[in-house]
Design a protein around this ligand. Structure first.
Ligand code: EPU
Length: 426
């Protein structure tokens, strides 16, 4: 893992227009969908980030052809076979989403095996939703030599009731059920926009999927799927990151290509706090207020406020007038960044998965560590509003999840420098 640091001199008010990239968490399930067909697929609006490169390397290792056109943000994928059924442990260890190859490989080959995937240290992140779902579709599931091994000569449609509306779990089951024999109903499905994006690619490939975006998804299995040409949705977490950066720095940003309906909970909360939001069809404008109101927020599944914006919202609330309360309801260990934020002067106490934020607090530059993608983004935003210089270490997480964050911020007036080769990835 290459050492990457960001040096940030705070104090600039961000202003201007920023193009929003395609969704990180939309990219990987759609790339996995290409394993379901021997026909070529083209995916556009793909962010050129470490997580996409890593997932592409996993697909290549399985035998797929992956051609990247970075200038056009486009991926060409083809998996005519023969395909391997075990993604490489050393890559799987670096990425939670790598487990997404299980559903399509199981459906297409009748077997798949994968070691426990790595990913951000934000909670336990079990796999029971995925594995119980595969079993409900008729797969035999075993743990052999440190790998989950699933096999089923032919998956059969079933009523699959999820204990929790897991995002990757829902995607994995959707990817498996589209080629299963008969009808599948996924009850208590995740409703995130990334699920809708995947379902729309699968539909373009010839799958029969209804109800994506609600908590009940109905699938009629088909014997084979064709290729597709699919455009990813904009990245809602990158959108939220820039919106919060505008509010935090006294700035005024136009978020080009943002989809406000994917972030109702964020924009409504920002408006409550006092931030000026103007939405139109192709962009959202976010302008800071002179004074921010304290608030209570809860990070919950869609359409609530995303857990991936919780650290950023907590950071913003350090500038609000009074005591704010933040409840993290999705991941049990997602407040660890608070210790780093305190080094910049934030006054925050935590109790379990709740943070109590005292504001407004002047922040001052310091040396801090990025613990995961969103924690690192929160520290960047805090540093932009802090007096003096901040050194953000372990900033490689940002390369995994944000397309050219430093360049985009510089174009908006920030003083931010990335110290490391651009080619590194997690
Ligand atoms: N859970 C289970 N059993 C499972 C799976 C999950 O109990 O089998 C629990 C988890 O422990 C957690 C909750 O369900 O408490 C939510 O986990 P979920 O499975 O929904 O998360 P995920 O699918 O692993 C995706 C995103 C995360 C995002 C979460 C929640 C991708 C690649 N990752 O993870 O994104 O935080 O959904 O919205 O899509 C990020 O982008 O920084 C990131 C962490």
């Amino acid at each position: 893992m290459t050492q990457v640091s960001y040096l940030i001199d705070g104090g600039a008010r961000l202003h201007g227009a920023v193009p929003i990239s395609g969704g990180k968490n939309a990219a990987m399930p759609c790339m996995a969908a290409a394993l379901l067909t021997d026909a070529p697929c083209r995916i556009t609006n793909v962010p050129m980030i470490g997580d996409v490169r890593l997932f592409g390397a996993i697909l290549e290792d399985l035998g797929a052809d992956v051609t990247v056109d970075p200038a056009a943000n486009t991926l060409h994928l083809a998996a005519p076979g023969p395909l391997g059924d075990v993604p490489p442990d050393r890559l799987v260890a670096n990425q939670r989403a790598s487990f997404l190859v299980m559903g399509p490989l199981l459906a297409r080959l009748g077997r798949a095996a994968c070691s426990a995937p790595g990913g951000d240290g934000i909670g336990q992140r079990p796999l029971d939703v995925h594995l119980r779902g595969f079993a409900a579709l008729g797969a035999d599931i075993r743990e052999v030599g440190g790998r989950y091994v699933a096999s089923a000569p032919q998956l059969r449609g079933a009523r699959v009731v999820l204990d929790y509306p897991s995002v990757l779990g829902t995607e994995n089951l959707l990817l498996a059920a589209v080629l299963a024999a008969g009808h599948t109903t996924i009850v208590n499905a995740a409703a995130e926009p990334e699920i809708v994006c995947l379902a729309s690619m699968l539909t373009a490939m010839g799958a029969q999927v209804h109800g994506a975006g609600t908590h009940t998804i109905e699938i009629d299995g088909v014997p084979a799927l064709a290729g597709a040409d699919h455009r990813l949705i904009p990245d809602r977490i990158e959108t939220g990151t820039f919106a919060i950066a505008a509010a935090m720095t006294g700035g005024d940003l136009t978020l080009d290509g943002a989809q406000p309906r994917h972030l109702d909970a964020l924009f409504s909360k920002l408006a409550d706090i006092g931030v000026h939001i103007h939405e139109d069809e192709a962009a959202v404008r976010v302008a800071a207020a002179d004074r921010l109101n304290a608030s209570t927020i809860q990070a919950v599944p869609f359409p609530g406020l995303p857990t991936d914006l919780q650290a950023l919202m907590t950071t913003l609330l350090t500038q609000a007038d009074g005591v704010s309360v933040v409840h993290e309801r999705v991941f049990e260990s997602r407040l660890q960044y608070v210790g780093e934020l305190r080094k910049l002067g934030a006054r925050i106490h935590t109790a379990g998965s709740t943070a109590i934020v005292q504001g407004p607090t002047p922040l001052r530059g310091s040396t801090v560590r990025g613990l995961d993608i969103r924690a690192a983004a929160a520290l960047v935003v805090a540093a932009l509003a802090a007096s003096g210089r901040t050194e953000l270490r372990d900033a490689y997480h940002l390369d995994r999840g944000y397309e050219c964050l430093d360049r985009k911020l510089r174009a908006l007036g920030a003083s931010i420098e990335r110290i490391a080769p651009r080619e590194s990835s997690a």
